[in-house]
Design a protein around this ligand. Sequence first.
Ligand SMILES: Nc1ncnc2c1ncn2[C@@H]1O[C@H](COP(=O)(O)OP(=O)(O)OP(=O)(O)O)[C@@H](O)[C@H]1O
Ligand SMILES: [Mg+2]
Length: 480
Amino acid sequence: MAKILIVDDDVMICKVLDQFLKKKGHETLFFTAGKKALEELRKNSVDVVFCDYRLPDTDGKEMLQKIKEIDHSIQVIVITAYSDIKTAVEMIKRGAFEYVTKPFLPEEIVLMVDNAINLRNSFNDQDRVVTNAENFPLQDGKLSKSDFHYKTVKANYLVGKSKEALRLQSQIELVAPTNYSVILYGETGTGKESVASSIHMLSSRREKPFVAVDCGALTKELAGSELFGHEKGAFTGALQSKVGQFELANGGTIFLDEITNLSYDIQISLLRVIQERKIRRLGSARESTIDVRIIVASNEKLSKATMSGKFREDLYHRLNEFSIDLPSLKERNSDIILFAEFFLKNVNAELGKDIKGFTPETQKVLMEYNWPGNLREMNNVIKRAALLSSKDLIALETLPKEIVFQSKFNLNEEKTTTTDVTPSRMLPELKSAALSAEYEKIIEVLRKVNYNKSKAALLLNIDRKTLYNKVKSFNLMVND
Ligand SMILES: Nc1ncnc2c1ncn2[C@@H]1O[C@H](COP(=O)(O)OP(=O)(O)OP(=O)(O)O)[C@@H](O)[C@H]1O
Ligand SMILES: [Mg+2]
């Protein structure tokens, strides 16, 4: 259940959404003007806001900015007309979660709200990992914390059958029981975080926390306090003391994603933590001993980053006790259909559907496509296709059109003429066209910067968290 606020000058729209969301078990309230809604938000926060772009006393852009100032983690869904789609895409660039056009599709609203809530919750996820682990009932003979976590990990993890998959799995199993630091290399969405979590679950630390930190999302100013914590009054604005991620991970494993984004100063502090196994919160005189296994991930080779001076060589050697290269989805071609079926099974359960599989031509397109966003991209493509499907088998029309186009482009000419795909058979909506333009731009920039999301965000002129969310939700092609 979430708290949802609706702002629309059309009171009918407010009522329809309000009743629908209430029926789904959410707590809702609505306003027909922007200022009043903001006043309420300043007093009582909510999880999600549905906000009409055109309001009598303000507009969506100003609303979005003000809402984000009040609480950055509130997820804003913009309500818009078809004629305003360009503006809506612009709003997404500025940090809106999604946009929705009238008339509303109930399924679309439900999915959107669920995903917005997940994202909102993920802002506190690290805390929750620990809290959950601690609150989980530990009774003799019953499920243990590790069973709980391990089942969750396993249910979401497919090893695969390709040569590359087996090599990856044997490396995971080899290094997991040791205390070695591990560097994971792999393109975006290849499963680095999932592998890190598998290593943790297969180690003797599995009862202790697994804490994932996205170094690319840490600002230079806050990275130190986020990782190592701070005492009250350590700097202006430090009103309360804060436990850092290393302390939260004590006894367990910390996963530092996009490690090359850490500033030089933080790299020095990190080196000290590794060497001395002690941490000191900012503004504190006291050091405490910690025992944390470190797993890091990077898109670029750290050896290369040391040569350009971006990454400290001593830190690199400390971390480089073992390294694993994750294959791209394209490299593990013979796993493609396995993964598609695996994701379909999960989404069937999520949507309460019973889609049996894929038409032969869909399978062919899945096999031909390059999958630049790897497993994450495929997961989202399958989710979207399943949502749009009303048949027993997933058909081509439900795939994003650039996937069909690209794979068509990959096929030889003879095959092309026999493929019964024409633009008119593909998703015709304006929304999908606008999103696909944005998606293509993001993918183009990501490729250009070798999938370094911080650099990509800079080039795209959006903040990194927004880009991260977009990549995560498969680059806008789905309401994921
Ligand atoms: N072996 C797997 N089996 C099933 N799903 C997987 C597997 N590996 C990854 N996934 C799914 O693919 C998506 C991307 O995985 P993950 O976040 O681990 O990738 P990543 O390499 O850390 O991505 P990024 O570079 O964007 O941070 C997630 O939704 C995850 O659940
Ligand atoms: Mg990751």
